[in-house]
Write a protein that binds this ligand. Structure first.
Ligand SMILES: [Zn+2]
Length: 322
């Protein structure tokens, strides 16, 4: 009897050690990356615009009680000249949309992006009392990139103008990207047609970037290229006041460790980078920016702890510059 118990305890111990080791190798272990070549900093002049606010609309989350917890959803920017939704999280029809894929692709999509599926669809969250957003006020949706866990929520929204770069629009329609399930053919119906005008960067340096677009022409929302994770990934600065600023970087990094420790993506997510060398360079540049502008809140799309710091009230709350 004692022998059986000993074998049981030993097997349990081995099993726990194996699970811990796989978690470590798949998720927690990150490769250190080289520093980016030093880049001149062009600090913008920022004014506080009355009525400007940012709201955290979380549609999905995992491990929310832990510091490494993930999130997905949208950031709503309220602007007097019309609101902006940044990313949209997963579609509430995720399961149907991926049903066309072979078993192993479906399993992978379900166990990674699918873990962040919305419990409540995005438009219903926007209508909640604490947010009380009128969808008619949304002027644009901007996507950090077109991967399914960022573009899917568009399927729950009425047709809206979607801001994308030319490269990203082409990537969304790329049969190879669609075959891997990174982008979903059904989502392209919500994107502008291939011939439509796309986001074009001006040769205006901004912080440590050489190109930028000032979306409202008032310095409140500035978009910069972050090519690497996908060919047309972008990052979005939201400047609520000179001291309250966020920089939403999509999936350029997994979480804050990316730019704080200057490390690459976890093994489990490396495969999602379209061009890993370029993506790693971007991480180096974000780490440089973090050192040079420590007051700027860099928010990775899935880095829940970064949201919690910028939005101390938690999901479904707003922060303004005043
Ligand atoms: Zn993502």
């Amino acid at each position: 009897m004692l022998r059986v118990l000993r074998i049981f305890v030993q097997s349990l111990f081995i099993l726990i050690a194996m699970v811990a080791a796989s978690l470590y190798f798949l998720y927690f272990r990150r490769a250190p990356l080289p520093a980016a070549p030093p880049h001149a900093l062009v600090a913008p002049a920022i004014s506080t615009i009355p009525g400007l606010a940012a709201c955290w609309i979380e549609t999905g989350k995992t491990f929310s009680n832990f510091s490494f917890g993930s999130t997905a959803g949208s950031i709503l920017v309220r602007h007097p000249a019309g609101d902006l939704l940044i990313d949209t999280g997963n579609s509430s029809h995720f399961a149907e949309e991926i049903s066309v894929y072979p078993f192993w692709t479906r399993l992978k999509l379900k166990s990674l992006a699918g873990e962040l599926n919305p419990k409540v669809p995005l438009p219903d969250l926007l209508r909640r009392r604490s947010i009380d957003e009128d969808l008619a006020k949304v002027r644009w949706v901007i996507l950090s990139h077109v991967h399914l866990d960022h573009a899917g929520g568009l399927m729950d929204l009425p047709q809206m103008p979607v801001l994308l770069t030319r490269e990203e629009l082409q990537f969304a329609n790329d049969p190879e990207a669609q075959a891997k399930g990174f982008t979903i053919a059904a989502h392209t119906q919500k994107f502008p047609p291939a011939s439509a005008p796309t986001l074009k960067f001006d040769a205006t340096p901004y912080e440590t970037f050489d190109e930028s677009i000032d979306l409202y022409k008032d310095g409140s929302v500035v978009v910069v290229p972050l090519r690497g994770h996908t060919p047309g990934s972008v990052g979005i600065f939201v400047n609520l006041s000179p001291t309250r600023r966020l920089f939403y970087v999509g999936d350029a990094v997994d979480d804050e460790r990316g730019f704080e420790e200057r490390v690459g993506k976890s093994l489990i997510l490396q495969d999602s980078d379209n061009d890993m060398a370029l993506a790693n360079q971007i991480t180096g540049r974000l780490s440089e920016l973090h050192e040079k502008v420590p007051g700027l809140a860099i928010i990775p799309a899935h880095g829940r702890s970064a949201y919690k710091k910028f939005f101390p009230g938690g999901p479904l709350t707003c922060v303004s510059g005043q």
